[in-house]
Write a protein that binds this ligand. Structure first.
Ligand SMILES: C[S@@+](CC[C@H](N)C(=O)[O-])C[C@H]1O[C@@H](n2cnc3c(N)ncnc32)[C@H](O)[C@@H]1O
Length: 254
């Protein structure tokens, strides 16, 4: 079998040049940014809120005045950072880093409306090459973001670099449904309902087809755990949620 070309990757089910994937991903999120949060509720029946709350509970930021710096990468419209801010004490600060200015603009508006703009800031940046110093953060979260990043290993190495020793890495990502019966229902819903819902709500079925296909191309939980270990993280483990629809991976920089 020929070795896979290191310069190609997946964009959904399509093989594309590695250098072109990020631009295509950016197109998806530029297109859906204004309706992104509504679509999350519609697609998941509100479950994404529960998954994000489980992520924040697992992160367990301090409730008191103790200083704590969170970096939420691919943080989009700020959902995880807001939840973490509301679950924390006065010493908590979050930086939402995302490559997409439209997603960040929605996030800044939401932060102002919620009076969280003094504790949550938004910066443009690429997960593969973060513009933050070494050992700057206590926690690193990435929710439904890592599968969109063309060079996942580079993003994981960057996560390790910017975390302080003792800092925690958490990745929430769609995974593979292995429950008999639920898997077929999930496929039917994903490939038929979600793109149509995307068309009705955002006028863009193709972007939602990509989102569904990219889930199927993402590594299985054990393989992703190996990648996290490969970046240097210790005590790596994961839990699956909602029958495997989602997995939450955890690792520590020791
Ligand atoms: C599905 S959204 C997730 C947003 C948010 N974390 C949430 O859970 O609601 C994926 C986000 O990843 C961002 N993204 C894609 N590639 C990125 C990269 N290389 N670096 C940083 N962010 C990226 C997109 O712009 C988009 O906002």
């Amino acid at each position: 079998m020929p070795a896979p070309d290191p310069q190609t990757t997946h964009f959904g089910f399509r093989d594309v040049p590695l250098a072109e994937k990020q631009g295509m991903v950016d197109g998806v999120f530029h297109s859906v940014a204004r309706r992104y949060d509504l679509m999350n509720d519609l697609m998941s029946g509100g479950l994404h809120r529960v998954w994000k709350d489980i992520m924040v509970n697992t992160l367990n930021p301090p409730k008191g005045d103790h200083a704590y710096a969170l970096l939420d990468v691919a943080g989009g419209t700020g959902d995880v950072a807001f939840r973490a801010a509301l679950a924390s004490g006065h010493g908590f600060r979050a930086t939402v880093c995302d490559i997409n200015t439209d997603m960040l603009a929605v996030g800044r508006d939401r932060a102002a409306k919620r009076h969280l703009d003094d504790r949550v800031s938004f910066v443009e940046g690429n997960a593969e090459s973060l513009a933050f110093p070494d050992r700057a953060f206590d926690g690193y979260t990435i929710a439904f973001g890592i599968r969109n990043v063309p060079r996942i290993e580079s993003a994981l190495k960057e996560a390790y670099r910017v975390l302080k020793p003792g800092g925690r890495f958490l990745a929430l990502e769609f995974s593979s449904v292995e429950v008999p019966g639920l898997d077929r229902l999930y496929d039917l819903f994903s490939f038929n309902v979600i793109p149509q819902l995307g068309r009705a709500v955002t006028g863009d079925a193709e972007s939602y087809r990509y989102l569904v296909e990219s889930i199927r191309k993402f590594p299985k939980p054990a393989a992703f755990a190996d990648m996290i270990r490969g970046a240097g993280f210790a005590r790596v483990n994961w839990q699956t949620l909602s029958g495997g629809i989602v997995a939450l991976h955890s690792g520590w920089r020791l």
